[in-house]
Design a protein around this ligand. Structure first.
Ligand code: EPZ
Length: 417
């Protein structure tokens, strides 16, 4: 198990490459199941979650080869239609194989993912959309058992905007007979990217990313070559790191059009952000202004940036309020941030942060992906040394985070314990 050790107080400067988006790569890896053949995904980040998903595909019988930043996935030999508990429990996104397996093979057995560090993560919407497309779904011994003849296109109204359930519905619909219309679908850029991939494969998908998606299923789909979009949450995390240290950093390949709500809130807090030749240039202020943030489905402020923003606002001159509406319990970062001197009170899903002049280094425990990122951010400015234990949480979603931060001038290293 590794730990990350940070000596706080360094101002970040220079340029950092933003990697491919984890939350685009995972559904697109699942989509390769829909077509028998060899697909290539480009700009795939080197992350624990990507290697876990590769293992899930291998268990199904696919061949997955990593070549630099590309993944070559050959799904022609898939024959084992089960995603086992020991893999699914480590990464709930494994449920993305459910729709494609059912659509191509007529059956699937996927372990229920269970919860995560901050609470329950239901999958009822994933099951509901498949039943609406004609599947028979039951839960047995902790597994989702789904069977179907040819899936039928359907009109599906989401009462909750769900990224994962939207992705599963789009993939299943791509091989269903007839048309499927999704209303109140998730609008994330990763959903738009999935729609583009499914269209390249031969389904006709319109409106992906708009909230209303229409998919005309195809009889068969073809393997493709697709590039993964840049990771907007990784970019947002480095924007916060720059702002907290009062630095100036160029985020290469960051997409401003995917970060509207984050850019608006950072500008409100006094951070200067401008687009320059396809990059984002971020400059931290000498002092930060308190702001109020409420998370909401895209294009609102992303829940995946909530913990990082709490770290930022811990230095603002005044009181800020963060309201978490997507995952009301998503505050495992609070007790650990408090150990670093962050002044925050919690009342249900509302956090009130009172800015302080400085944070102080201490040993802290990573708990989940974005909470761990918030600890790294706070450590960058905390006085003295901070040790962050259980770093594997960070490796799930951040590629080489200590190398990238060191390249910007941070005093940070990974220590094997
Ligand atoms: C995706 O998770 C992301 N994961 C999460 O990022 C992200 O936090 C989340 O979307 C919200 O943006 C990936 O893309 C791999 P949801 P997902 O279904 O699909 C409720 C990270 O840090 N819901 O959009 O699981 C749910 O409880 C990860 O990279 C149901 O009620 O999230 C939540 O309140 C963490 N029933 C809301 O919908 C369901 O069947 C949105 O969840 C499914 C979801």
């Amino acid at each position: 198990m590794d730990k990350i050790v940070v000596a706080g107080g360094k101002r970040l400067a220079g340029a950092v490459d933003i990697s491919g988006a984890k939350n685009a790569a995972l559904p697109m890896m699942a989509a390769t199941i829909l077509a028998s053949g060899e697909s290539t995904l480009l700009n795939v980040p080197h992350l624990k979650d990507v290697s876990t998903f590769s293992d899930v595909l291998r268990v199904l019988g696919a061949r997955v080869k990593r070549e630099g930043n590309s993944l070559i996935i050959d799904t022609s030999s898939i024959e084992h239609l089960e995603a086992p508990y020991e893999l699914v429990r480590t990464m709930r996104a494994s449920i993305y194989v459910l729709g494609p397996l059912l659509a191509r093979f007529g059956q699937a057995r996927v372990s229920l993912p269970g919860g995560c560090a901050w609470g329950p993560r239901p999958v009822n919407l994933h099951l509901k959309i498949l039943e609406e497309m004609g599947a028979h779904v039951e839960i047995q011994h902790g597994y989702i058992m789904a069977r179907a003849g040819k899936l039928q296109g359907a009109l599906i109204d989401f009462d909750v905007s769900s990224v994962g359930a939207t992705a599963n519905a789009m993939m299943a619909a791509s091989l269903a007979s007839g048309n499927t219309l999704l209303r109140n679908a998730a609008r994330e850029p990763e959903i738009e990217a999935l729609g583009q991939m499914l269209s390249s494969m031969g389904a006709s998908v319109s409106g992906a990313g708009s909230g209303t998606v229409e998919i005309q299923g195809a009889k068969t789909l073809r393997a493709v070559r697709e590039r993964i979009i840049p990771d907007r949450i990784e970019a947002g995390t480095y924007m916060v790191a720059t702002a907290m240290t009062g630095g100036k950093v160029t985020l290469r390949r960051a997409r401003a059009d995917h970060l509207g709500a984050v850019i608006d809130k950072m500008a409100e807090a006094g951070v200067t952000i401008r687009q320059e030749a396809g990059n984002l240039v971020v400059e931290g202020p000498t002092s930060l202004v308190p702001v109020n943030v409420t998370t909401s489905p895209y294009p609102g402020f992303p829940t995946d940036m909530q913990a990082q923003f709490m770290a930022l606002l811990s230095l603002a001159q005044g009181t800020s309020v963060i309201t978490e509406t997507i995952f009301p319990d998503r505050f495992t970062h609070v007790p650990e941030l408090r150990r670093l001197g962050v002044k925050v009170t919690l009342d249900a899903n509302v956090a009130k942060i009172t800015g302080v002049k400085r944070l102080s280094g201490a040993p802290v425990m990573a708990s989940d992906l974005r909470a761990s990122a918030a600890l790294v951010l706070a450590a960058l400015v905390a006085q003295g040394e901070t040790e962050i234990l259980r770093v594997y949480h960070i490796d799930r979603g951040y590629e080489r985070i200590e190398e990238k931060l060191r390249g910007l001038g941070a005093e940070i290293q990974r220590v094997r314990v």
